[in-house]
Write a protein that binds this ligand. Structure first.
Ligand code: SAM
Length: 275
């Protein structure tokens, strides 16, 4: 039987503070069993006997790699292909045709950011949607940036290999066109789709190396773990890096109400920059 490690108040507070300061993720007291179980695996991997020893490592200069492992262990990476499918319909049927005929579209340049991309299902869904509707984008320079703070999920995403049963939500015609079966259990996104996306680790709370401007940002199911001041700062930065009428998609349980007035709601969890 696997050993269960108990975490006392002092060590729990330390971890809560470290996670908040590093990733902006708020861990309430209710999350204590979750923290104990997720980090219990790290303690076992390190051959440690208790959380006190683990916290000492986190605080030491030599603990940098483990601080990253801690964040990777705490993040919730749940995602799927075509999650919240109305966003992709809106991208294809409202944003692309409008861009193609607008003055902004004369540059024939489209930049989309999937911020908090997890294992890549979101940016690959964006890429498939763009390819499927490429007649609106003939000869366009199209690039998708996909970033996440969790280095493990970014590596998985960049590989583009998925258990075949995860592809159930991809329409069969898309699967046929954009995905190759590697064997009975695994499939890989085709080069045509992978070449549209650049994957990179990025903590949204830190400095962003890219300048934009982006036409569209997907930041879905990421800020639910952030407190309001952190959300406010982040959405302000999104407005700054978007084009003046750029679009922002957020998750089904998220809202910008009382967070920022720089966006107008234009559809279900779909916003347009106005300021
Ligand atoms: C639940 S997943 C959402 C994935 C995808 N956007 C979707 O909606 O299906 C949330 C992702 O946000 C990432 N995340 C959390 N805090 C972050 C931060 N401070 N910077 C960048 N990514 C972060 C997590 O690592 C996780 O992969």
């Amino acid at each position: 039987m696997q050993q269960e490690y108990a975490i006392d108040d002092r060590d729990f507070r330390k971890i809560v503070e470290l996670v908040m300061n590093t990733a902006g993720i708020v861990l309430s007291d209710r999350k204590r069993p979750f923290v104990q179980s997720r980090l219990g695996r790290r303690l076992r991997a390190l051959g440690m006997t208790d959380f006190r020893q683990y916290c000492r490592l986190l605080e030491a200069p030599a603990g940098e790699a483990e601080r990253s492992n801690l964040i990777n262990a705490i993040t919730t990476n749940h995602t799927s292909f075509f999650r919240e499918p109305h966003h992709f319909s809106y991208l294809a049927n409202a944003i692309l045709p409008k861009l193609a005929t607008s003055e902004a579209g004369q540059s024939r340049r489209l930049r989309i950011w999937s911020a908090g991309c997890s294992t890549g299902e979101e940016p690959y869904t964006i890429a498939m949607t763009l390819r499927e509707h490429q007649s609106a984008l003939r000869d366009w320079d199209v690039k998708i940036l996909a970033t996440d703070l969790d280095t493990n999920v970014v590596a998985h995403a960049a590989e583009g290999i998925y258990d075949s049963d995860r592809l159930g939500s991809v329409p069969p015609s898309y699967r046929e066109r954009f995905v190759t079966e590697l064997d009975e259990d695994r499939s890989r996104m085709n080069d045509e789709i992978r070449s549209l996306i650049s994957f990179a680790p990025l903590n949204l709370l830190q400095k962003w190396p890219m300048q934009g401007p982006f036409d569209v940002i997907f930041c879905r199911n990421v800020v639910i773990y952030f407190d309001k001041p952190t959300q406010r700062k982040l959405f302000d930065r999104y407005a700054d890096i978007l084009k003046p009428t750029g679009s922002l998609f957020i998750g089904h349980s998220e809202s910008l109400l009382n967070v920022t007035d720089r966006f107008d709601l234009v559809g279900r969890t779909i916003y347009r920059r106005v300021k």
